[in-house]
Ligand binder design. Sequence first.
Ligand SMILES: NC(=O)C1=CN([C@@H]2O[C@H](COP(=O)(O)OP(=O)(O)OC[C@H]3O[C@@H](n4cnc5c(N)ncnc54)[C@H](OP(=O)(O)O)[C@@H]3O)[C@@H](O)[C@H]2O)C=CC1
Ligand SMILES: O=C1OC[C@@H](O)[C@H](O)[C@H]1O
Length: 955
Amino acid sequence: MLAFLSRIHYILNPSPQTRTPTYDTLPGKQLNFGCLGAAKIAPGALIKPSKTHLEVVLYAVAARDAKRAEEFAKKHGFLRSFGGLQGYQDMLDDPAVDVVYNPLPNGLHFEWTMKALAAGKHVLLEKPATNTAAEAAAIYALAKRKNLVVMEAFHYRFHPAIQRVKAILESGELGAVKKVKAALTAPEGTAPEGDIRWSYDLGGGSTMDPGCYTVNVLRYLAGCEPTSVLTAKAIPYSDRPEHKHVDRMFWATLAMENESIGEIHANLDEKKLWGIIPRMPKLSAVVECENGTVEIFNFLIPHFYHSITVHPRGKAARVEKAYSFGGAAKGEVWWTTYRYQLEAFVDQVQGRTPQTWINGEDTVANMKWVEAIYAKDGFGSRPASKYQPRAEGEDTMYRPSRTSGTPMSSPQTSLTLIQPIKDPVPSAGAGDSQYSWYYASNAGGMKIPFSRHHGKPMHQADLAYLKYASVNFVHAAFNEAFGRYEPGLNAYIDDVEFNPTTNDYNFMNALVPFGKLFKGKRLGDCHDKQFFEWCSQLVFLRKKAAFNEAFGRYEPGLNAYIDDVEFNPTTNDYNFMNALIPFGKLFKGKRLGDCHDKQFFEWCSQLVFLRKKYSLFGRALDHRLGNQHQHLVWLEVGARIRRSKYKAELVDEPLSQADWDRIKELDKAAYNDGQWGSSDSEEATTTKGDPVASDSEGESLSSDLDGFIVSDSAPIVMDTDEEVVARATVTPQRRISLASAKTRKGKSIRSFVVPQDESDGSYKEDSQLEDSESDDQQVRERQTRSSVRKKNAHQCYSCTDNPVDFDDVSLAQIQQSRCASCEKKATGLKPVRTSVKKGGSRVAPRKKVGTLPDSSDSDDEMESNDTPKTPVKVKGAKKRVGRVPSTKLARRVHPYNESPSKGRCGRHVITIDADMLQELKATATIVATPCKHGTKGKGKAKADNAVSVLLTFPL
Ligand SMILES: NC(=O)C1=CN([C@@H]2O[C@H](COP(=O)(O)OP(=O)(O)OC[C@H]3O[C@@H](n4cnc5c(N)ncnc54)[C@H](OP(=O)(O)O)[C@@H]3O)[C@@H](O)[C@H]2O)C=CC1
Ligand SMILES: O=C1OC[C@@H](O)[C@H](O)[C@H]1O
C-alpha cells in the first residue's frame, strides 16, 4: 500500500528533485520542445515527464487561440506561446524549437508532422500516427530524407510491465503463442459528445482510438504480423449521418503469421449496465500459449497499478509486477509509461541507444491493420488528409516570415533594429561588472601576430579576415586563439545580425522604447528581468508591438539565465550553478556559476576519473555545458586560451609529461612573443611571467546554506559558537537540505564552510576510485603530497607561525596539523601521534560521536584515537550510538571537523530523519570537535565548537 501511495505521489508530483541522476552518461544538449495545440493529453504525456528530464525544455506551445496558448504556457511553464491562425506554423518556424510534440486530432497528424519535418524538427507523434498507412509511410520517408527522428507515441511499449510479459513469452516457458486477446474500454461519457474522437473528418472512432492500442499489443505479443482480418464488426456512435462511419465499439479477429489468432475489442463509450451501473474498464491482454497463459491487467497505464499473472499449465499461477527494469537500467518505480517513452525518445534524438524503439515499419503496419479492420467491418478508412506536401527540395527553401499573422506579431519593418555591431567591443553593457569579461579586451583580445593587422587585437579585425588567416597562416597560437574566439563571436554575431541560416533577426538589438532606466538601450544589454516582467504586463506598453515582440524573443534566454542563478520557485529547482568546484587549483571552492572558463569545464568533464570521483559536480557541469542559452553568459574568448594553466589540474590527468611540455612551450613562446593582448582579467595578472596559474588553495569560501547539493562524499562543516540543532532532510535524489540548521538560540546558521581539499590522500581509499587510479596517478599523487608537505612544512594551520613536524601522513592531515602549542590551546590535550611511525607526526585528535545507521566498515589506522567526549543525541534514530566505529567515513570527516570558532561549548543535537536514511541505505556520520569546559574568560583559550554531518550514499 505504501509503495502504491508513494508511486502515485511521485507520478502526480514529478519535480526536478525527483530526477534520476545519470552518472554514467553525459547529458547531451538540452532540447527545446514545442507542443502543437494546448491538448488535454499534453500534461500527462509531455509536461509532467519533462519535469524530471534534464535535457527537455518546455520551450513553446502553439494554440489556435492566442490567449489560450498564453494561459497554457503560463500554467505549465512553457517559455513561449504562439497563437492565432499562424500560430502552429510560427512555432515550427522558430529556429529555437528542436522537437515538436504533435497531439493534434488524428486527422491533423499527417499535415503537421510533415510541416514540422519540413521545418527541420524531430517529432514525437501521438497515436495513431495518421489516418492511413500511406500517410504514415510518407512521414517516415520524409524523416529519413531529412535525417530526423519521428516516433509514434505508443507509450505503453516503453514500460517494464509489458516488456516483462514479452520476455516471459520469449523465454519459452509457456511454449508457442496460440491466441492473443486484448480489450480496451472506456466508460460512457469519457469522450463526450463533440470530442475529437467522434469526428470522422478528424480521424475519430473506437478502432482509431483505443482500438489502435489493441492492434498494437496483439502484434507485439504475438511477435508477428497479421495475415488477414477474419471477422470484424463495429457499432456506430449514433444514428446520425455524421456518425455513420464513426464506430463507438468494434470486435475483430485476425489470423497471425505464426498461425495464432488475435481477438481484439474496444469500446470508447461503454454504456452502464441497465443504464445505471458503470462497468469496470477493460484493460487486459491475455496470451494463451501451448503450455499455459500469461495475462497482464492494465497494460495501458501500468504505472498506476498492474499485475502479470503467469499460469504454466499444471502448475500454480504466480503474480508478477514490473515497475522498473532494475539494475543499472534507467527508470524509477514511479516513472509513467510516458516518462519511459520520453527517455527513449530523447536518447534517440541525442544519438544514444534507447531502451526500446518503435520504428516506422511498426507504425505503418499498425495503420495498415487498423485500415484493414475498417475495410472488413464496412466503416471504411478515415479520410486522407487534404494537405499536399511541398515538392521535394521546396521545404528547405521555404522560409515564411516569422512575424506574419498573429496579433502578437508585427511586421518586420516596424522593429527598431540598430546597425549590426561587427565586433564585440565595449558597449553600453560594459559597465555591468558581471559582463565586463564579455566585452572587455579579453574577448578576442589576442593581438594578431602577423601581416597587415599585426599588433591589433582580434576583435578589431573583421571575421572574414580572421577566417582567412586561420586557414592560410600556420601559427599555432593564433589558430588556437581563433578557435576559441570564433564560436563565441559567432554566437555573438548571431545575436546582433540577421542570421541567414536560420533566417532570423536578432531581437536583442531592439531598443527599449520607454522608461527612465533603460530607454534607448539594447534589450540585450539590460539584465533586469523584473523590469521586463513588470513592463510586459502593462497593456499600454505592450501596444508597442515591436518591443513586445522583441521581449518575447528575449525572455526565454533571460529566463534560462535567471533560472541558472537562483532558486526557481516554479520548478522548485535549485541552481546547479551553486555547485562548488571540488578540485584543482584554478577554481577549486568557487561556484560553478562564477567561473567562465568553458574550456576548463569541457576539459574536466571529459576526464572519466574526475567524473567518477565528483559525480554530482559532473552533473552540475553537464547542466552548465548543456545549456544552450548559456551563450549569453558564456562568451569568454580570446586571451583565456592559455591551456597550460590547466597543468595545475593535472594531478590525476593521464596526459604524458611530453604533451604538457609541448603545450607549455607553445604557450610560453606565444607569451614571450607578446602575442597576448593586455587583459584585465585576474588570470592574466596572476599568470604574468608564469603561464601556470598560481595556487589558490587554502581559501575557504562560504555561501548560503540553502540549495547546496551535497556531493557524494563532501562533508559540510558548520561553524557556530552555540549549540547546534541541525535537521538533515534527505530526498531520494540525494539532496540534503540543511536549511533548517539552527542554533539553540534559534539563530539560523547562515554559512557553512566547504572543506577545501578533497583531492588529497584522505580519499585515497575510496573504492569508487580504485579502478580508475593507475600507478602513474599514484606516483603523481605522491609527488604532489611531497611538494605540498614541503610547502607547508613550517606552518601550523591555526597560528600559521610555528613549525609542525610531520611525516608520511595524508595531505589533509598535513594541511590541518597544528603546532604543539595551538594543539594544546585548542584541545587541552597533548598532540597525539598518529600510527605513522617516523618523525612524530602531529594531528589533532578526533572525536567521533555518533553514526546512523551502524557502519560495518572495517577499522583503519584512526581507530586508536576515537574516544567520544561530547555527548550527542541522535533524535529519531532507531538506535543511539555513542561511539562511531572507526570507519573510512570518519577518517574522511576528520580533517575537516576542526574549524575553530569562538564561544561556549554545548551539546550538539543533530536530528536526522532516520527512516529516510535507512530506506536510502545512507550513512550519516556526526562528528563533533571537543569542547573544553571552563575555557571561557580572559586569557583562556577559546573552545572549538564545531559539528559536522557527513552523509554518504551507496552509488
Ligand atoms: N498517448 C495517450 O495516452 C493519449 C493520446 N491521445 C492522442 O492525442 C491526440 C489528442 O488527444 P486529446 O489531447 O484528447 O485531444 P484534445 O481534444 O485536447 O485536442 C487536441 C488539440 O487539437 C487541437 N485542434 C486543432 N484543430 C482542431 C479541431 N479542428 N478541432 C478540435 N481540436 C483541434 C486543439 O488545439 P488548440 O489548443 O490549438 O485549440 C486541441 O488542443 C489524439 O491523437 C489522441 O489519440 C489522447 C489521449 C491519450
Ligand atoms: O490514447 C488514449 O488512451 C486512453 C484512451 O482512453 C484515450 O481515449 C486515448 O486517446
